[in-house]
Design a protein around this ligand. Structure first.
Ligand code: AMP
Length: 397
């Protein structure tokens, strides 16, 4: 793997694709700066080597095809300036003589951030001409945006072809690939995957792929009700994808064929409304009464799941066990977070990915007690499905 770790790009103008797609609160402040901080090792390494750093990033999903104030990266440039203790030059346009001159005049160790690359509709189309114009701004290309590595966009993939001998993985990207390879190819057994979240439909690929490598597949979240229905239980008003019942059946029979232990929650905390103020009840079985919906896993499931996790040597966790955004229904998710941390303390390798599970592990206070937290939700899932990510392929080929 060709990473910036093994090279010194002193004196070069280095175009670096980073993932600065951070959330903002209602006051317009950055609500979670993890993604910016995760890019710092790469930025700092290039700065200390004496490269001029030209950062490319996107924010949100602008639709108009041009500048939209709410998606501007200007606040991110200001925030980054404070983190790296130097002014970050910010450009409002990405193409044209002004930005070309700014890039040309960048001194060694200086950092510049280009405005939201998705203000140009060519970006998400992976447009080659656009990528070539961007490429003219630099002498080398670094991809450190693991969170966008599953996208075949101009700045994440297409651009790499214009740097056949000068394209590198950034340090974050390298760490992600290394950890995910470890998970897929070099794991110790027993290997347990805990998969939750809202819908089965967004995780079919990863569930199928995991059945080839894990010993235990532990299911939680809203997706479990599709499995319940497939088994003939009543799901009441719970989240259930009727058109995925066959998928649930096929996953269960594949698990049996492959000797994978597939765990479904035996009990639920249910509510008469999807709200924090709803009336709640415990049901010790898989039948959910009409007028009620499943919101969290129950105590029997929590105990069983924690036991499985604690007896594992490798753990992958993606997706919450319940509607954890409502405190009342975060008990199962927090218990899993704690069990993953405890298993890690006992020597297991643990990997966590997906925005919600990452939020959950942070909120539970165990974030620094797990082996590895991925910065990519969709990218991580696609990697685990065995897909070749365009952002990775573009650097490797
Ligand atoms: P995902 O993005 O697919 O990983 O799903 C995460 C979302 O699943 C979170 O917003 C949770 O609130 C939601 N979720 C978890 N359990 C349930 C449930 N029992 N019913 C409805 N939504 C759920």
């Amino acid at each position: 793997m060709k990473t910036i770790q093994d090279t010194n790009l002193k004196g070069k103008k280095v175009l670096v694709r980073v993932d600065f797609n951070v959330p903002f609160d209602k006051q317009g402040n950055i609500a979670d700066d993890t993604r910016i901080r995760e890019a710092l090792p790469t930025i700092n390494k290039l700065v200390s080597d004496g490269a001029s750093v030209i950062l490319m990033a996107h924010l949100g999903r602008p639709k108009k095809g041009g500048f939209e104030a709410e998606f501007s990266l200007k606040p991110v440039a200001e925030y980054l300036s404070k983190l790296i203790n130097q002014e970050v030059v910010f450009t409002q346009s990405l193409l044209g003589s002004e930005v070309e001159n700014l890039c040309k005049n960048l001194r060694e160790g200086q950092v510049m951030l280009l405005e939201n690359i998705r203000f140009y509709p060519e970006e998400t189309k992976g447009d080659k001409d656009f990528a070539q114009k961007l490429a003219l701004l630099g002498d080398a290309y670094v991809n450190d945006a693991f969170g966008a590595a599953h996208r075949e966009h101009s700045s994440t993939a297409t651009i790499a072809q214009f740097f056949p001998n000068d394209k590198y993985f950034g340090l974050l990207m390298a760490r992600e690939v290394e950890n995910l390879n470890k998970l897929m190819k070099e794991h110790s057994k027993p290997f347990t995957a805990v998969i939750g979240g809202s819908k089965i439909s967004s995780k079919i690929g990863v569930l199928e792929s995991l059945l080839n490598i894990v010993d235990n597949l532990v299911i939680g979240g809203g997706m479990r009700y599709t499995f319940y229905k497939a088994l003939g239980y009543n799901v009441g008003d719970s989240l259930c994808e009727d058109d995925k019942i066959d998928v649930a059946k096929s996953l269960m029979s594949k698990a049996k064929e492959k000797g994978v232990n597939l765990y479904l929650p035996e009990d639920s905390i249910i509510a008469d409304d999807f709200s924090e103020d709803a009336n709640t009840k415990y049901v010790p079985e898989m039948n959910i009464p009409d007028g009620w919906q499943g919101m969290d896993i129950g105590e029997k499931s929590i105990n069983k799941y924690c036991e499985v996790v604690l007896n594992s040597k490798t753990i992958l966790w993606n997706g919450p066990m319940g509607v954890f955004e409502m405190k009342k229904f975060a008990v199962g998710t927090n218990a899993i977070a704690k069990a993953v941390a405890q298993a890690t303390e006992k020597g297991a390798f643990s990997a966590i990915g997906g925005g919600d599970s990452v939020d959950a592990i942070k909120e539970s206070g165990y974030a620094d007690k797990v082996s590895y937290i991925s910065t990519g939700g969709g990218a991580m899932l696609e990697f685990l499905e065995g897909k070749v990510l365009p952002g990775i392929k573009a650097i490797e080929q």
